[in-house]
Ligand binder design. Structure first.
Ligand SMILES: [Zn+2]
Length: 467
């Protein structure tokens, strides 16, 4: 059933109820993430892409509105597959600017444990707004902090997602292995397995949308081998299978983690992953750096997805993800900015640019192209989230698009528009559409008071580190 301007429909809803047709006409350049030629532009009808026009071709549908795109580069909306939104409150914090993962975490855990509902709401708004402005239309978040008073953390995030009109994969993270049992996090930041599983079940029932065009999805995400018990890994895998939702965790990020697994479980990371029932295409892993050849083969054969987080990996000096070996083996590759305490920017274009440069150090200039990294940021990321309705420009896909204007000083003198996005650094999208609705126009988020948000978020961040 279609909704036609019913009173309950507000501007905040993502669906376009009017079925209005918009022709994004003849863009300066277009990356479709497939073999389609979209130089004639695309026609959007309602919340979907209805026509993809090769060069010189006119739409066959009756067009209600034409958008002249001759100055704009068209991309599928970018998809971020790993983040910790709450960490925008601890960006560039002096005590952890120059340390690797384990001491970085141990210094930050007690600060993060003081998170409040208001602070999380502000942090989520900031992270998602930043992503949206960079051209991101779908974002995954990995939230694993549920101290007393924060039991409704994911519910708080759902509200923000709805307010901004983006899509999100909100993962119900967890920590269950505290210091006293040999884990890394302080005891007061961990929860019992029963609490975690009951809340996971509740969130799936309450929020997980299964239909095409879903705005909100839930996945299960025990945090990392050094912060959860083997039991919660096994039980999460069983619950995910029963409920048909996805699984997410950090894996093979650092050599410290590898050493931890050998000592604690007597096995390497991928053996551990397999032993708890996670080596499957239901799973996507953040980082995926320290794998040997045999492990890459097994991950690929299982179809396990890997989210490459180049900036975080460089900042914490964790290592380099073997993206091309993983691709050859069969693992989809997506991109993630990772949490803001280890990046500290939530900008998907910056991330794609850094992926291009970092991966060139590993594989050479010929094998890693602008199209390679844009493919990771779109179609590859969609595969990690198990979605076929987003990540590409094609008929029937969701109308999630980002348009970039190359009119700033940094682009002057550039020739190939798609390469210029990466090489000159397109930090901001001009217009962004999610499900057929404009969420960014002329570089501004529709309906969001950014200055007001920054004031409140800054105050909240100061409070968190000063208490
Ligand atoms: Zn992370």
């Amino acid at each position: 059933m279609k909704h036609h301007s019913t009173p309950s429909f507000t501007d905040k809803d993502t669906a376009n109820p009017s079925q209005k047709t918009i022709w994004i006409k003849e863009p300066l350049a277009c990356f479709t993430a497939n073999d389609l030629d979209a130089r004639g532009g695309i026609v959007i009808k309602g919340s979907e892409i209805a026509e993809v026009l090769p060069v010189g071709q006119q739409p066959s549908l009756v067009i209600d509105e034409v958008m002249d795109a001759r100055d704009l580069v068209l991309l599928p909306g970018l998809i971020n597959t790993h983040h910790h939104f709450y960490q925008t409150l601890t960006r560039a914090w002096a005590p952890v600017v120059n340390v690797p993962l384990f001491p970085w975490l141990q210094t930050l855990y007690p600060v993060w444990a003081k998170l409040t509902p208001e602070a999380l709401s502000l942090a989520t708004q900031v992270a998602m707004a930043e992503l949206l402005l960079s051209g991101c239309t779908t974002a995954a978040d990995h939230h694993y902090l549920f101290p007393t008073g924060m039991e409704n953390a994911i519910d708080i995030q759902v509200e923000v997602v709805r307010e901004l009109g983006m899509r999100a994969m909100l993962t119900r993270g967890s920590m269950s292995l505290g210091e006293k049992d040999g884990g890394l996090p302080p005891q007061h930041t961990v929860q019992s397995g029963d609490t975690i599983l009951a809340d996971s079940q509740r969130l799936i029932q309450q929020y997980h949308q299964r239909e095409e065009g879903a705005q909100i999805q839930i996945a299960l995400a025990p945090c990392s081998p050094f912060s959860v018990t083997r039991e919660i890994m096994e039980d999460s895998a069983k619950l995910a299978e029963k409920e048909d939702v996805r699984l997410h965790t950090h894996l093979a990020e650092t050599l410290d983690e590898e050493a931890f697994c050998l000592k604690m479980f007597g096995m390497r990371t991928v053996d551990y992953l397999e032993s708890v029932g996670w080596l499957s295409s239901r799973t996507w892993l953040a980082h995926g750096i320290h794998f040997n050849d045999e492990e890459i083969k097994r991950l690929g054969a299982a179809g396990t997805g890997i989210c490459h987080c180049p900036v975080s990996n460089m900042r914490l000096a964790s290592g380099m993800c073997p993206t091309l070996e993983l691709t050859s083996a069969g693992s989809p590759i997506g991109l993630g900015v990772d949490g803001s305490a280890s990046n500290d920017a939530s900008n998907m274009m910056y991330e794609a640019r850094q992926a291009l440069y970092l991966q060139r150090l590993k594989y050479g200039a010929e094998r890693i192209t602008p199209e390679t990294v844009l493919g990771w940021a779109t179609k590859g990321s969609a595969a990690l989230l198990g979605r076929k309705d987003i990540g590409e420009i094609a008929v029937g896909k969701q109308a999630d698009i980002a348009l970039y204007k190359l009119d700033e000083l940094r682009f002057s003198g550039s020739h190939d528009p798609i390469s210029a996005l990466l090489l000159c650094g397109a930090e901001k999208a001009e217009h962004v559409m999610v499900a057929g609705k404009w969420r960014v126009t002329e570089g501004q988020i529709v309906g969001l008071d950014i200055a007001g948000l920054i004031e409140k978020h800054k105050a909240s961040a100061r409070k968190l580190v000063s208490e």
